[in-house]
Design a binder for this molecule. Sequence first.
Ligand code: FE2
Length: 401
Amino acid sequence: MSIDQTLTSQERLADLDLQQLRQLVGLVEYDARSDPFPVKGWDALVWSVGNATQTALFYQIVFGMELIAYSGPETGNRDHQAYVLRSGAVQFVFKGGFDPKSPLLEHHRRHGDGVVDIALEVPDVDRCIQHARAQGATVVVEPHDIADEHGTVRMAAIATYGETRHTLIDRSRYTGPYLPGYVARTSGYAKPATEPKRIFQALDHVVGNVELGRMDEWVAFYNRVMGFTNMAEFVGEDIATDYSALMSKVVASGNHRVKFPLNEPAAGKKRSQIDEYLDFYDGPGAQHLALATNDILRTVDSLRAKGIEFLATPDSYYSDPELRARIGEVRVPIEELQSRGILVDRDEDGYLLQIFTKPLGDRPTVFFEFIERHGSLGFGIGNFKALFEAIEREQAKRGNF
Ligand SMILES: [Fe+2]
């Protein structure tokens, strides 16, 4: 079997190796030769935000990310400002329109701050687009080359749920800081020496919230168009509280770097958190981004010291004898997890530690998960109930429950 052992451009820049990625994000070996749509891994998450200049500073100061590239009027961009930030293999691009006619502003007016593009690195853009088109995908940008003094990238884009897209990028002939049109840029902000170098190393998964009754259609889309396989299935009962419920299925790329849980609302006594998202995002979109860390305690301490708020986990979660028996031994005393509100889940492969922030924008839409995996390839299904009850308490405070 020929196994894809290559790192993505971002992983190489972050000095990560395959062993670390197996632990961080559950990377698996697979045979890329039979894959109709080979994906190397994540390229970048591109956001449309109300103020890219300030957002870029927030993610440097609070999330410890590093500014690496920029596009704006000084570089000939007459439409928007864009800042490229990096932490480990994670790359975020924040765009804010300044031309009143910028399509980014229209997107932002409708959806608020959110992810417009989940860009993926692929070895062969044309092969992917040919397959995607044959399977009925909407090609929103045809394959083309763009070049500057650092080389050439080949890229194209296909539409996915809502107004979200997947740009497909082949960077094998390019050495610039991000893409042609961007210049390298560093920040005047100097991270205090007492702070960790990075508080997260890799992107684990991106969850999409889709329309009621359409989850299976989107699962089929990723199966058919992108050759993704189904990883785990959570349906109905598993993740229902007394009041609200959702259905969720997970698809993944062959090497499991790219994992997309897809949620749809399910009937409950009250509106589910997915309904709230769909109302406030005005349609389907990316709900939470899970960032992998190898020290979740330090990550949470660093973020909390900067004012980031996490979903509260009830003390009863930690004193529940059933939970204690199920999770067994983990790397730190349970009191260390309890004092930070970190959740634990275990399956046949190992365990994971996870925690969820509250939404970081003005709308109750996008939020983050931090995850530290120890063999488990799951998503914390055992925590869903405890977690959703916590989410519902927040939803009720906002009067949307
Ligand atoms: Fe998650």
